[in-house]
Design a protein around this ligand. Structure first.
Ligand SMILES: Nc1ncnc2c1ncn2[C@@H]1O[C@H](COP(=O)(O)OP(=O)(O)OP(=O)(O)O)[C@@H](O)[C@H]1O
Ligand SMILES: [Mg+2]
Length: 327
């Protein structure tokens, strides 16, 4: 079965092709227009998707060496995401599907972050996924494919959002997560102790206090001091975020008794989080899966693999499929 996948939930227009040989292409057109605003502007995102979606899909088909006539179904992100952005992808998918008379498969973007781990591996169920992205921070108990229970989530900011907002306070470009990660490598994680919220309160997270703490810390220092210790401050921020995430993941493993864990979403590209989770998995004798970097942040390959898994279960949609921003 050949699947064309389309992802347009936020500010990346992406298309991928899945065939019997696996993922054959994964084109990601990132929108630079938002850089000047320090965050994603929804209306501009929809317009940029409209401009690039056609050529992104063409490029994905070309790179895969698969023609549109050879595509059997189209997987598309249904939500969560920005309504206007989702609409562009869904309308494009519906148009193509109608012209070819092939079915579409609506995919939950957060499921897809989890199933990105199934592109190159076959993780065993049941498992716990730590899904850490720009908009979400969740601990998900996955009993079997698509049988999900969210057992922990953030009460305010997501982990990626915390990285981005603290980066903004430090004068770093958006999205700041990758930059903070890079700077942290030459910094001292023990330089400053930032708060690790809700450590002893169940499986939920909170990152807004950390953001405020970083804001006050930077405000109360001389500019030259912050500049001189940027690496140390970044490492201390990364440490606080990664520590909470791993401690809660450990708690979730103990609570559910799973033997398999996954990292998913953009923040799973973070090196400190990866190292700490690897160490934890080793100590607890767990099987750990982490997507390769290009499958961590938004990409259509993860939509393709999730679409394939849904197709295997006969879960197709029809032209009534609607975008659902809070899916
Ligand atoms: N190496 C890294 N270290 C820390 N954060 C990172 C790293 N790489 C990416 N991120 C963060 O990941 C986030 C983007 O991830 P992703 O694309 O999965 O999120 P999103 O699609 O915006 O949100 P959602 O999936 O919840 O809708 C950004 O907040 C970014 O800063
Ligand atoms: Mg995402």
């Amino acid at each position: 079965m050949n699947i064309l996948a389309i992802e347009s939930s936020c500010d990346d227009t992406s298309a991928a092709v899945f065939t019997a040989e696996g993922i054959k292409s994964n084109i990601i057109a990132s929108q630079s227009i938002h850089l000047q605003f320090g965050g994603v502007v929804p209306e501009l995102a929809s317009r940029a998707h409209q401009k690039t979606i056609s050529q992104t899909v063409e490029q994905a088909l070309d790179e895969a060496g698969v023609s549109l006539e050879e595509i059997d179904s189209i997987a598309v992100t249904q939500g969560p995401g920005l309504l206007g952005s989702l609409l562009v992808g869904i309308c494009f998918a519906k148009g193509l599907a109608t012209s070819r008379n092939i079915p579409i498969i609506g995919v939950n973007h957060m499921d897809a972050h989890i199933y990105a781990n199934f592109i190159d591996h076959e993780p065993e169920f049941p498992l716990v996924a730590l899904t850490v992205s720009g908009g979400h921070t969740q601990l998900v108990y996955v009993k079997s494919p698509f049988e999900h229970e969210v057992i922990g989530k953030t009460r305010d900011d997501a982990a990626g959002e915390a990285f981005d907002k603290i980066g903004k306070i430090l004068g770093l470009p958006y999205p700041a997560g990758p930059e903070i990660d890079k700077l942290s490598k030459d910094g001292d994680p023990a330089f400053h102790t930032f708060p690790q919220a809700m450590l002893h309160k169940g499986l939920d997270f909170s990152f807004s206090g950390l953001k405020t703490s970083a804001l006050y810390y930077v405000r109360d220092q001389e500019e030259a001091f912050v500049k001189e210790h940027l690496n140390d401050i970044c490492a201390s921020v990364s440490f606080a975020i990664a520590e909470v995430l791993v401690k809660k993941l450990k708690k979730a493993v103990k609570q559910t008794g799973v033997k398999t864990i996954l990292l998913a979403g953009g923040v799973s590209a973070n090196s400190m989080l990866r190292d700490k989770t690897e160490k934890m998995a080793k100590e607890m004798g767990l099987k750990l899966y982490i997507p390769k970097i290009s499958y961590c942040t938004d990409n259509a390959a993860m939509i393709a693999i999730t679409g394939k898994m849904k197709a295997d279960l006969g879960q197709y949609d029809d032209l009534d499929l609607k975008p659902f921003s809070s899916l």
